[in-house]
Ligand binder design. Sequence first.
Ligand code: SAH
Length: 498
Amino acid sequence: MRQTWGVLLTITTTASPATDLGFLLHKHPGRVQEFSQSFGTATVFYPEAGEERCTAALMLEVDPIALVRSRGKGSPDFSLSQYVNDRPYAASSLLAVALGEVFRTARAGRCKARPELPGTALPLELRLPALPCRGGPDLARRLFEPLGWEVEAQALPLDEGFPEWGDSRYVRLTLRGAARLSDALNHLYVLLPVLDDGKHYWIAPDEVDKLIRAGEGWLHGHPERGLITRRYLGRRWALARTALARLAELGDETEEELEPAVAEEAPPGESAADEMAAAEAEADAGASAESQGQAPARPLSLRRREAVLAKLEELGAVSVIDLGCGQGELVAALLARPRFARVAGMDVSSMALTIAARKLRLDRMPDAKRARLTLFQGALTYTDKRLKGYDAAVLMEVVEHVDPPRLAALERVVFGHARPQHVLVTTPNVEYNVRYEFLTGLRHPDHRFEWTRAEFAAWATRVAAEHGYQVAFEPVGDDDPEVGPPTQMGVFTRDQRS
Ligand code: SAH
């Protein structure tokens, strides 16, 4: 028999009922399931599956011969020697590849059997008994803590019998927190290869896409996004540049309203900040070279925020609620303008809210500013009194995250129940996608759909008519003569009589 070696990840929840984990992972708790990979076999099984506590294990058996044979375009390419010399049972980039495939549906946050589950944050504990980690426990903390995880990371000795030999490059990692399972899986999918930092991948241009999609909602705001991007892409600069430019479109940290993040003490050893600065300097240099001296275009996320802010001012809104506020960039910008006397942010993701609170520096916010702000967790598909009483509601890049069968509930909640004077809805214009280099499919894995201009107009017009609103449409970003703008905005205003 050929010698194989294995890697292990366990995912535990104490949600009630804990066996919901099986629905979310699309793997039945009563079965042991095997999935063949180009480099071995992935097995999913449940060491425990009770109502109070349920654990799923992903075990990967790597067959070195298959691994070598599987080399080729699109398959993982890595240096075998590293694995042959390593102790077995190490988690690795291969685990991320297997996790990506075996839990693809869970990672995308889809669950037909229980549609409400993927949006729910669960108490989770993720364990990786031996994780290759260049940068040690400290780097593991720097990567996972900003995402809201409580991190327990311990360097493993080279040899337990000879502690004086020092530590190996392996870490035992435990992550605890409340998160949506799809977020947790995407964190691992991106960060395991980053920690490993071996050049295991065949780095094709679609790796940029994979990174952007798996990083949706958390990577653009991550303090170590430069390091993550560079390492994930195997330090291939052209790709890292593309990725960083696209991340900048998703969220811009440099806007003047967003006060700079608190300077964190530079960690010893490899400086993530240096690495990030270098990556971004390269990205800037590349961008300006490419545009031949022209000023680089402002990121779309910034232009979207500016368009929404300008519209809210034009409408004379004084109180605003941002529904699906994500990491709170718009909330920060609203708070920076005193004319907005009351500002609220709501999101379904507690992880997003944790990051928002950190970025807004809620704990150190002056009382006067703090008094204007409400930040809370909630779902747009459930009637909620807290959504009432604002002049305007904003749904910026949110509707496309809602499953089409749940859209009717969102319409009732926002336009039927909360009923603010104005509702601003922005959403991608799918026609514009052809203008994105390297983009295949939709812009993000969590998007349930992306609308053409005609589809958005049809939806908005119907919703307005049903609920007594008028709607007007405005482009956001460069309005391409052929395919329209990258973002489309609907401005709803309640009829005087209703
Ligand atoms: N408005 C922000 C974030 C957009 S990402 C921005 O423009 O940057 C979409 C956000 O919607 C995510 O933070 C997600 O958690 C949230 N979301 C998705 N479905 C939701 C629902 N049903 N209720 C509330 N928030 C939801």
